[in-house]
Structure formats: structure tokens, C-alpha cells
Design a binder for this molecule. Sequence first.
Ligand code: RI2
Length: 309
Amino acid sequence: MSTLTETAEKIRNMEIRGAGRIARAAALALKEEASSIQADSLEEFNRKIHDAYRMLYLTRPTAVSLPNALRIVMRYRAESVEDARKQIIANADEFISGSESAVKKIGEIGARRIKDGYTVMTHCNSSAAASILTTAFRQGKHINVIATETRPRMQGLITVDIMQKAGIPTTLILDSAVRYFMKKVDMVVVGADAITVNGNLINKIGTSQLSLAAHEARVPFMVAAETYKFSPRTLLGELVEIEERDPVEVLSEEKRKQWPSLKVRNPAFDITPHRYIDLICTEAGAIPPEMAFWVITQKLGWEIEEPED
Ligand code: RI2
């Protein structure tokens, strides 16, 4: 299996997961593909690299970091195959290192909002959110983290592992226990798979429930998101597609055979309205959700035209 098909498969089956990691892995796969493509003409090269782009693009539909990363890497104007190769490799390297430093920068910016003694609730596993928590802790703030399990794939355990390795006091709770514990929480911090032009957040299923509970309890709700998590296509009026994964993640085949008419639904993400979000920490600064339009047009440099798939 080539690195390209292997990466595409790993993104599809979530061996590679987390919106930022998916984006970096896809950029790397495109770079490796560009380095190894055999082509007699620029046209042939363009066709082959576009096929690779399509394969990666179609792996998972929701996290906008994936198409954003791919389009950034594909921004080349070349006169020859070698020139095209070089530009794609440079674009991918720049994206990957920019993405890594963005996660670090978000950690520094977000940590300023975390006070000594805070209890912070988080959901699923987000590198950007984890960066805020570990940075605050390294600064000497005595924080406690409450991590949700995040059914069905239990990514909360990845968060628990990161927190425990960092030495941060951590409590694991059921997803359904969010409201029960919210009164002990000082801030909620979550990651993002996509942010729409009107500032709504698309993140792991259950995030919107957290936001409701936080809103009711007057607990600030902060999102950690690199600027490439903002969705340019929403500027064109499109909605973000919510991935619905295999029901087997929720209930085993065996159990489902017992109740043949039972319907099992497994949406992987939900939408948190912007009015429940206090702040979005990006590498370009901590902004209100209402500034999503600025990020898309100014920071991502997106022009209002139909981007090609
Ligand atoms: P970072 C994940 O999706 C979670 O929803 C998480 O909040 C988001 O990506 C962002 O993660 P999934 O790939 O980029 O587990 O901050 O479905 O790591």
C-alpha cells in the first residue's frame, strides 16, 4: 500500500484522528506523493496530484482542516514538473510547521484565561484544547481537569492520558454527567472540527450539550481552534456536512441482530450556536465567534469564488 492510500485509510478508520492531526497527515501524504510522482509532462503531474488530493479530500467530510490543508498545499503555479514538485513540498512543509506552532501559540493565548485553582471541563480529545491546559499547568497554575468519556470511541481517554502524563489532576466522567458536574466547573475548553462564517462551532457529538449546561450555569465556554478550522465554504452559503459513522460503533452487530428493526444513529459531530461561545482562541488571537468572517476572508485569504473540489 502506498503512503497515500495508507494515510487515506487511516484517516477514514480514525487511526489518524483529531482535526489538526488529520490536516497535517494529509499535507504530508500530498507532499510525499508529489515527491514520488512519475510524470512526463506537467499535465500528467497535475492530473496525478489532483487524484491524490481527491482521495484524501473524500476520507472524512466534517473537519474543514482537511480541505483547507489540502487547498493550501495545492496552491502552486508551475512551469515544469520539478517546479510543481518543489512548490507542493514547500507548501506542505510550511503548513505542517505552521500548524504545529499554531497549537503551541493557542496554548499560550488560552492559558492566560485559565486562573490558578480553576476546574476546567473538556470533551473528546483536542490537541489545541490540551495545549491550553498543559500550558496553564506548566505555568504553575493548580488546575483540575474534568474529561468526558466521549462515547462511542472514548477519545476522552486520550485526553486523560495526556493530562495524567503531564501530572494534571484529572477526573473522568460519563458524557451524561456533564450537567451534574457543571456547578463545580470554572471554564469549559473544547476543540473544533469546523467553525462556520456565523461563528457556530462544529465539534464532537455532545459538545452542544456541554455548551447548554455551561450557559445555564454561567460558566465561560472557550474554543481552541487554529484558523484553518474556519470553513470558507460556509461563506458561500453551504452548510458543514455532519459525518454519520457506522452504527457498530454504538452497538455491536450481535446485539443489533437481536432487534432487527432497531435503528441506531451515530452522528460524529454536532453544532454549538455562537451565542453559547464566549471566546475562540486562535493563533491569530483570542476572538469572539462573530469574527469568523474576518478569519475566513482576511486570515485564510479566501476569495468569494467557488473553490474547486
Ligand atoms: P484538534 C476531533 O474529531 C474532536 O472533535 C476534537 O475536538 C477535534 O477533532 C479537534 O481536535 P475526531 O477526529 O485538532 O476525533 O484540536 O472525530 O486535535
